[in-house]
Design a protein. Structure first.
Length: 296
């Protein structure tokens, strides 16, 4: 789906009503209290709004601390819950049924709603959310700024040239649910995140990222500004594929591509937003992100 096919929420009232219906429709018996769709908002459009797309097997809680800081700075914030995410049953297998078409539709709908919250819209996404934010950057010209955070285009253990082939092989094999950390399995200490990932979801994500990279090589981004934000200490995703996206977009000589990398000596984890991990450094990470979001 492209921007021309979407049905945008133009007014603030329309946008807010749509989001509140989405929140009301979520089943409290099914969804963990920390993982519902969230809206931090004033009673009117703000000069800037932020839409955050959270990571695979994670929760809207991932953005809670940043969301509160943004509201304090006069910014409306919308964080929708990913499909099949946030269940009280952390061993749910439902997330293994995710498809790229479903994720693309969900992202498009989220952008449509968020456009009504501010005069200008910033879209942010981390990991899987970073891949979806890349799609927004390529397709949604109404979006003012996109921050792509540690996107899960591929894993650092597979070279770029082999990533798509590996993804397609993985997609033909049985769909396995694998522990993110086999040492602790379900005892991760994070009650609102899933401890397992589905191999077919990662396969689709890496294959879709190949489509996005091909688009980047053929076209400049549609969004007015795009930031590729990486973590030099990230052992989960491939920073070299991030570099390939930046090079592809810059080959069209667009002025809007910016990059920032958190240095390795910070020893940040892949998810550098959720302070539940003691390795996250909000006093370092948050001010830099706030500076980028608020800069015009």
């Amino acid at each position: 789906m492209t921007a021309s096919e979407s049905k945008r929420a133009i007014s603030y009232a329309n946008a807010r009503a749509r989001i509140q219906r989405q929140i009301a429709d979520e089943d409290d018996a099914l969804i963990h209290p920390a993982s519902h769709t969230r809206l931090w908002a004033y009673d009117k459009k703000t000069p800037r709004a932020v839409l955050y797309l959270h990571g695979y097997t994670d929760s809207t809680q991932q953005f809670n601390a940043m969301g509160e800081l943004l509201l304090e700075r006069g910014i409306n914030v919308f964080v929708p819950r990913l499909p099949h995410h946030g269940y009280r049953d952390r061993l749910s297998t439902a997330h293994g049924k995710l498809t790229i078409d479903e994720l693309r539709q969900w992202t498009n709908d989220a952008v449509d709603a968020a456009l009504g919250l501010g005069e200008r819209l910033t879209v942010m996404g981390l990991s899987l959310g970073g891949v979806l934010a890349t799609w927004v950057a390529e397709q949604r010209a109404e979006v003012d700024c996109v921050l792509i955070l540690a996107p899960a285009y591929g894993t650092r253990v597979i070279p770029l040239r082999a990533t798509r082939a590996a993804a397609r092989v993985m997609g033909r094999l049985p769909n396995l649910l694998i522990w993110w950390d086999p040492r602790v399995r379900a005892e991760t200490g994070i009650e609102y995140a899933y401890p397992r990932f589905a191999t077919h979801v990662l396969a689709q994500l890496y294959d879709f990222s190949g489509d996005l990279l091909a688009h980047a090589r053929a076209n400049p981004p549609a969004a007015r500004r795009v930031w590729m934000i990486t973590n030099a200490n990230d052992f989960a995703v491939s920073n070299s594929i991030c570099d390939a996206f930046v090079a592809a977009w810059r080959s069209h000589n667009p002025p809007q591509i910016q990059t920032y990398q958190f240095p390795k000596n910070l020893r940040l984890p892949h998810d550098f937003l959720d302070p539940i991990d003691s390795a996250v450094q909000p006093d370092v990470v948050f001010p830099r992100l706030l500076e980028i979001i608020q800069h015009d």
